[in-house]
Design a protein around this ligand. Structure first.
Ligand SMILES: NC(=O)c1ccc[n+]([C@@H]2O[C@H](COP(=O)([O-])OP(=O)(O)OC[C@H]3O[C@@H](n4cnc5c(N)ncnc54)[C@H](O)[C@@H]3O)[C@@H](O)[C@H]2O)c1
Length: 322
């Protein structure tokens, strides 16, 4: 059997979150074993409800700042070889209020987990990076090399992700996936970070006006969560060219830019929402344009996003209404 098709044992931190729950679900569907870690800081129990009782899933309520967390997990699950590290402070405003805690969780805990994974002989350590690592860089599209020590990060969130990604890049078994704006089912519309799509779909479905911060001409690169999960699977070498594992830092976006106004209109149409738009002042610190250069991961791993925005919105809205 091709090595990449053998069943693997994986840790997913942040499993009760939006992306972590989708990743765990896919790994289980592929026949792999998942040990999910979360402390429910922003995650929800109902996100893991669909696979909580799966025979190949175990849950460990823990904080990723715990010393020797991977040692503890490996004692109970000696076959663990893959670490998908998604747990993080994801709220930019929270990171401004609590910069030290953000650094501890997003950066220091990542360095520690990476060291443990190295010492324990893990095969892969895949980190959730972020477009926020590019700070106020307005070049489009953003190439991976643009984020450097000289980048002006707009928040402790962006800075912590940048420092962690660089550390992961310098390791033997690490890859950092720099996500642009992820959207899809289970994204929490109540979270400050949650992204405009979940806030818009929530308001539209309730028949309320959609609130736009600024003039709506800001652009973002929206990537559907199933495509993000595909990227994870390729980055870990669990599929693709002989299970080869890309190493380093890779942007994960679509390479397509959408204005916030276009997005609002598309969601209003899809929900038959006639409540209009409400404009409020732009949030200080928000960047105007953000667009991924996507060639590096495509050329290295053969990844292509498969779900376009209209389809992704349809899936998201259908899910929310069930
Ligand atoms: N959603 C996006 O658009 C996006 C974009 C760029 C990067 N990312 C990154 O992807 C990852 C997943 O994001 P998400 O959107 O699923 O967010 P999320 O808030 O839904 O998930 C994060 C999870 O981490 C958990 N967590 C937080 N602190 C923890 C700690 N100390 N110990 C254990 N668990 C902890 C939370 O409870 C939550 O379940 C994050 O690292 C985030 O920075 C997300």
């Amino acid at each position: 059997m091709n090595e990449s098709h053998a069943k693997k044992e994986c840790v997913v931190t942040g499993v009760a979150g939006f992306v972590g729950s989708h990743l765990a679900e896919r790994l289980l569907a592929m026949g792999h074993t998942v040990v999910g870690v979360d402390n429910f800081f922003s995650g929800r129990l109902h996100n893991i409800a669909s696979f909580r009782e799966h025979p190949n899933f175990s849950f460990c309520r823990a904080d990723v700042r715990e010393q020797n967390l991977l040692d503890r997990l490996k004692r109970a699950h000696p076959g663990l070889k893959y670490c998908f590290h998604l747990a993080a402070i994801v709220s930019v405003p929270y990171s401004m209020d609590y910069p030290d805690r953000t650094m501890e969780i997003n950066y220091q805990a990542t360095v520690r987990l990476l060291g443990e994974a190295d010492r324990l002989g893990f095969t892969a350590f895949i980190f959730a990076g972020s477009a926020a690592e590019y700070g106020d860089d307005q070049r489009t599209p953003l190439l991976e090399g643009y984020a450097t020590e000289r980048t002006r990060h707009l928040s402790p969130y962006g800075r912590s992700k940048f420092l962690a990604s660089k550390q992961v890049e310098s390791s033997l078994r690490g890859a950092s996936l720099r996500f642009f704006n992820i959207y899809g089912p289970r994204q929490d519309p109540g979270s400050q970070y949650s992204g405009v799509i979940s806030r818009f779909t929530d308001a539209a479905a309730k028949g309320r006006p959609l609130t736009i911060l600024g003039d709506g001409q800001q652009t973002r690169d929206f990537v559907y969560v199933a495509d993000v999960v595909d990227a994870y699977i390729l980055a870990a070498g669990l599929k693709g060219k002989n299970g080869a594992m890309p190493r380093g830092i890779y942007n994960i976006g679509t390479g397509k830019s959408t204005t916030i106004l276009e997005l609002a209109e598309a969601i209003k149409r899809a929900c038959d929402n006639n409540s209009g738009l409400k404009f409020l002042p732009e949030r200080p610190g928000d960047i105007r344009h953000s667009l991924a250069a996507v060639d590096k991961f495509r050329d290295t791993a053969g990844w292509e996003p498969r779900v376009d925005l209209p389809d992704g919105l349809r899936h998201t809205l259908n899910f929310e209404s069930t």
